[in-house]
Design a protein around this ligand. Sequence first.
Ligand SMILES: [Zn+2]
Ligand SMILES: [Zn+2]
Length: 285
Amino acid sequence: MVCHMNEIRHIFAGRRAVLVTMHGKESVIGPVLAAELGIEVMALTHINTDQFGTFTGDIARRDSQYQTAIAKATAGLDASDCDLGIASEGSFVPHPEVPWVTINRELVVVVDRRHDWVIEGWATSVETSAARREVTTCEAARAFCDAVGFPAQGVILRAGGAAPTLFKECTTHAAFDAQVAQVLQTQQTIHLETDLRAHRNPKRRAVIQQAVAQLVANAQRICPACAAPGVRVVETVYGLPCEWCGTPTNLRKAEVFGCIRCDHRYEQGSGDGLASAEHCQMCNP
Ligand SMILES: [Zn+2]
Ligand SMILES: [Zn+2]
């Protein structure tokens, strides 16, 4: 086990990886993979990733988040001479218990054609900039922009009903105000929404960064049975026992790690193994 880092360097170091992105994700993903795994990331910007689905709803996402990420990475591999393909895919969904809260879930994958395995990293955040508003005046449009942090955070204008026109590329207040004024000449309301694309969304870039950190941690975890990298959490076990009476609580007790290549799984406890009595149904009902 002491030679893990050397094995990892041996697997990844000096390899070139292709990253398909239209939205500048190489600046978020590339430096970390270079520093931690020795992978040289090159961005491929000419593949239209919108074909895999967009957030603005003009093209619906066909597959699950995971399948979409794999499809993007595979498209990059097919279009290059690399045998490592990287892709990132995000989703914005309502929180299952608090529906008015939006969850941003980010996935980054490394598809390794040389070894025929996929290494993944996930991150989840409720700190999103997802917001939308109908406005009828330039002043109201400007207020929405100020509220969401434009221009660092992008704002999309949606004009028209059944077949709306989207204006996504305003990056200055002057351009935005001019676009709003122009649309308001021909219609009464404009639908504004925050741009969820990575290069126009600082909060999302932070979550992608966390997903990359998890990917690196997974890549550095080697399967004790078959020596493949990429071992990741496949299950969370709840029921940490109460410190006073031993009753299982709702707190996390352990994580089950699973290999990406073989069937090997192992459990690893979290913390000191006891829950504070305040979480106990018996001691603190
Ligand atoms: Zn108890
Ligand atoms: Zn294994």
